[in-house]
Design a protein around this ligand. Structure first.
Ligand SMILES: [Zn+2]
Length: 255
């Protein structure tokens, strides 16, 4: 390990679904984002429309139900987003959205601390949590491509489950995760995942293994064209397989 790439983590590392995903994809990408604070040199995949759809669903569920046409119309008008595409995505969501529930939480962040060494603090923001009888039904709204058929393989889903699992099981309820793929290009959602009591220790071990790997990392990049292609640091990373010209703004006074 060279001294120049050595950069220790905080003793108690803070992790999120996207930060462990970045680390597991490429340690250098994680370090640029979380440790070095490097400004992006390149555009990543555009997600502006995904944010609009999340905002619309938040507005709709805060005001009432996605099954109520007047509520949907009002939210689309208020956000100035009344388009066929948005109506299609909301209708595809509504087919899967529970009609009855005891309690609901939208766009909320939850945190869980792990005392085992090395310690870590995990947090995640949840699109929707529907409490229905003995089920705590966690939903994520997805507008992009589907990467996993099995949510238990998706490390972001694993962390989301882990953060809530202990409290849900202690309350005698069952935790269920479902990713709703709203784009018509995705035919089927991955199977609903319901981690059982037996799985909780294995989930802790999987996340702990990632945190241990972070502490041991020399933050070297993976140097893979398929990974570097979408990296927001590909033009300034010493390990980049696809360096280009940074998109940073220039002053524009050169001759
Ligand atoms: Zn809904």
């Amino acid at each position: 390990m060279s001294e120049s790439t050595r950069h220790p983590l905080a003793k108690i590392v803070s992790i999120t679904p996207s930060s462990i995903d970045a680390f597991s994809t490429c340690p250098r990408r994680y370090a640029n984002q979380q440790l070095f604070g490097t400004p992006s040199s390149d555009g990543g995949p555009a997600n502006a429309h995904g944010l609009v759809v999340h905002d619309l669903l938040h507005r709709i569920h805060t005001a009432g139900s996605c099954h109520d046409a007047a509520i949907v119309d009002a939210a689309l008008a208020a956000a100035d987003q009344d388009t066929d595409v948005n109506r299609t995505l909301i209708a595809r969501h509504a087919r899967r959205c529970p009609v009855d529930h005891d309690r609901a939480f939208h766009e909320k962040t939850y945190v869980r601390f792990h005392r085992g060494q090395p310690m870590f603090l995990a947090s995640a923001r949840y699109d929707a949590i529907w409490v229905r009888g003995d089920i705590v039904d966690v939903r994520e709204y997805k507008t992009g491509v589907k990467w996993f058929e099995d949510l238990a393989e998706d490390r972001r889903a694993v962390l989301q489950a882990w953060i809530l699992a202990e409290r849900v099981h202690r309350s005698g309820k069952r935790l269920r995760l479902r990713y709703e793929y709203l784009s018509p290009e995705v035919d089927e959602d991955p199977d609903v995942w319901e981690p059982g009591d037996d799985d909780l220790e294995a989930l802790t071990d999987r996340i702990h293994a990632i945190v241990r790997a972070m502490h041991a990392s020399d933050w070297r990049g993976v140097h893979e064209p398929t990974v570097c292609k979408w990296c927001p640091y590909r033009s300034v990373c010493p390990d980049s397989a696809l360096p280009g010209a940074p998109i940073w703004p220039v002053l524009g006074i050169d001759p």
